[in-house]
Design a protein around this ligand. Structure first.
Ligand SMILES: [Zn+2]
Length: 121
């Protein structure tokens, strides 16, 4: 094996590793939590940053928390408490629903992730 071949292989491996790292970074960044009440969006926030938002509507209040890349309802004054007991969500399409408050927390793709859909290494 010539020295030039080794350099080439090294470069290819490096590119593959860099590409993989890049894609996983983009993925991590991509998701966001979107909160709707009665079908209207009241708040959205990237999952990559911790945040707390208190949703107050005439139906009642819910506290939505984003922590460690996951979204959950940590407090609610609804009678069934189903939303509060729901596990934290972080995958696109997952939802936490509070029926009494008509509140939905949904995980959606960030714009970044959409741009790079379809790229395969
Ligand atoms: Zn609830």
């Amino acid at each position: 094996m010539k020295k030039r071949d080794i350099v080439l292989i090294g470069a290819v491996l490096f590119m593959a590793a860099a590409g993989f790292l890049f894609l996983s970074l983009v993925k991590q960044d991509g998701g966001k939590a979107v909160v709707t009440v009665d079908g209207k969006e009241v708040w959205s926030h990237s999952l990559s940053e911790d945040a707390v938002y208190t949703v107050k509507s005439r139906n009642g209040s819910n506290v939505v928390r984003i922590q460690g890349g996951k979204a959950s309802v940590t407090e609610a004054d609804c009678p069934d408490q189903i939303c509060r007991k729901h596990k934290a969500i972080d995958k696109t399409g997952e939802t936490i629903v509070c029926l009494p408050h008509k509140l939905v927390v949904e995980i959606k793709d960030g714009t970044k992730e959409k741009e790079y859909d379809g790229i395969t290494i």
